[in-house]
Design a protein around this ligand. Structure first.
Ligand SMILES: C[C@@](CO)(OP(=O)(O)O)[C@H](O)COP(=O)(O)OP(=O)(O)OC[C@H]1O[C@@H](n2ccc(N)nc2=O)[C@H](O)[C@@H]1O
Ligand SMILES: Nc1ncnc2c1ncn2[C@@H]1O[C@H](COP(=O)(O)OP(=O)(O)O)[C@@H](O)[C@H]1O
Length: 292
C-alpha cells in the first residue's frame, strides 16, 4: 500500500461545562461530543525516497509547514517510533477553520490513524489517543469518533449512544475565534447556567430530541457571545426557522441548529445561507469506522 485516503470529520459539542482550571493552564471540562458528516479528505502518500513531511492543500487559511497540526501528528509518529520515511499529506478542506468544529484536531487524528495503517505500525486505538492528546485536547475524541462524554481536558472519553442521522444546520459567522483566548477570558465564578450531562445523555439514549435540544448548555458561550453578538442573532434565526434547539459549538463561533426533519433543515439552510456565507447542512454521524 502506498497511499490511503481518510474522511476527517468535524464535531459539535452538544454540551460544554468547565469545572476548573489546572496548574498547567488547561481547564477541566465535561462535554458531550458528537461527530457530524461534514469532513475534510486527507490523502497520505508514502514517500520512502526522502524523510520529509509535505503538506499539500489549496486552503489558504491553514499553514503549509510544521505549524500545520497534521504535520505535527506525522512528526510525532516519526519521532516516537523512529521512522525515517517521508510522507505527503494532502488536505482537501471543507470544515471551516477556527470554527469550534475541531477541523485541525480531526486532520491530526486522521493522520495518526492513517499512518498507523500505511506504515503497519500496529498501534492500538488507545496508543493513538495517548499520542493524540500531545497535539491537542480534542484529538483523542476525533480518533475515537461517533459520540462521547469527554472529561479531563477532553481526553478522558466514554463512548455514548450518539444521534443517528439527525439533520442539523451549521452557521459559521465570518469571525475567527482563538480557543486559548476564550478559555482565558472565562470567569469560572460567574457561570450561572451549567449543563445537566446525565439528563442530556438520557435524552440521547431515548432519542428525545426535544428534551436534548432544550437543555443544551455551553458555558463558553458567555465569553464568545458577549464579544460577538452575531452568535446570539444566528441562534435566534435558527429557532425562527424552526430548529428544536440551537447553540454555539466549542469555543465558537459556529452556531448549530437541530431539526426534526430534512425539510425544516433545508428551509433553514436556504434562508441562513443568504445572510451567512459559511452555512452547511449536515447530519450527525454515529456509526461505522472513521476511514470508511
Ligand atoms: C473548546 C473545545 C471543545 O471541544 O473545542 P474547539 O472550540 O477548539 O473546537 C476544546 O476544549 C478545545 O480543544 P483543542 O482545540 O484541541 O485545544 P488545544 O489545541 O489542546 O488547546 C488550545 C488552548 O485552549 C485552552 N484549553 C484547551 C482545552 C482545555 N480543556 N482547556 C484549555 O484551557 C488552552 O489554553 C490551550 O492552550
Ligand atoms: N490542518 C489544519 N486544519 C485547520 N486548522 C489548522 C490546521 N493546522 C493548523 N491549523 C490552525 O489551527 C487553528 C485552529 O483551527 P481549527 O482546528 O479549525 O479550529 P477549532 O479548534 O476552533 O475547531 C487555526 O488558527 C488554524 O490556522
Amino acid at each position: 500500500m502506498s497511499r490511503i485516503q481518510l474522511k476527517s470529520r468535524a464535531k459539535i459539542n452538544l454540551s460544554l461545562d468547565v469545572l476548573g482550571k489546572r496548574s498547567d493552564g488547561y481547564h477541566e471540562v465535561e462535554m458531550i461530543m458528537q461527530q457530524v458528516n461534514l469532513y475534510d479528505t486527507i490523502t497520505l502518500v508514502d514517500r520512502r525516497d526522502r524523510e520529509t513531511i509535505e503538506i499539500i492543500t489549496d486552503c489558504e487559511y491553514i499553514p503549509k509547514n510544521n505549524g500545520n497540526i497534521a504535520y505535527k501528528a506525522a512528526a510525532l509518529i516519526k519521532e516516537t517510533l523512529n521512522i525515517p520515511w517521508g510522507i505527503d499529506i494532502m488536505i482537501e478542506k471543507h470544515i471551516p477553520v477556527a470554527a469550534g468544529l475541531a477541523g485541525g484536531s480531526s486532520n491530526a487524528a486522521a493522520v495518526l490513524v492513517g499512518l498507523n495503517k500505511l506504515w503497519q505500525l500496529k498501534l492500538t486505538t488507545e496508543d493513538l489517543m495517548r499520542l493524540g492528546v500531545k497535539i491537542g485536547a480534542d484529538v483523542p475524541f476525533c480518533i475515537m469518533g461517533n459520540a462521547a462524554v469527554a472529561e479531563g481536558i477532553g481526553e478522558k472519553l466514554t463512548a455514548v449512544k450518539g444521534l443517528e442521522n439527525i439533520w442539523m444546520v451549521l452557521a459559521k459567522p465570518s469571525i475567527s475565534v482563538s480557543t486559548a483566548e476564550v478559555y482565558t477570558q472565562l470567569d469560572l465564578s460567574k457561570i450561572e447556567k451549567r449543563p445537566d450531562t446525565q439528563k442530556l445523555l438520557k435524552a440521547m439514549e431515548l432519542g428525545e430530541l426535544y428534551t436534548l435540544s432544550q437543555n443544551m448548555v455551553n458555558v463558553l458561550e458567555t465569553v464568545t457571545e458577549k464579544k460577538y453578538p452575531i452568535i446570539r442573532q444566528l441562534k435566534k434565526k435558527m429557532i425562527e426557522y424552526h430548529a428544536v434547539g440551537s447553540m454555539m459549538s466549542g469555543s465558537g463561533p459556529t452556531v448549530f441548529g437541530i431539526f426534526k426533519t430534512y425539510e425544516k433543515a433545508k428551509a433553514a439552510y436556504r434562508n441562513l445561507k443568504i445572510i451567512n456565507k459559511q452555512t452547511y447542512m449536515v447530519q450527525s454521524y454515529s456509526k461505522g469506522n472513521r476511514d470508511e
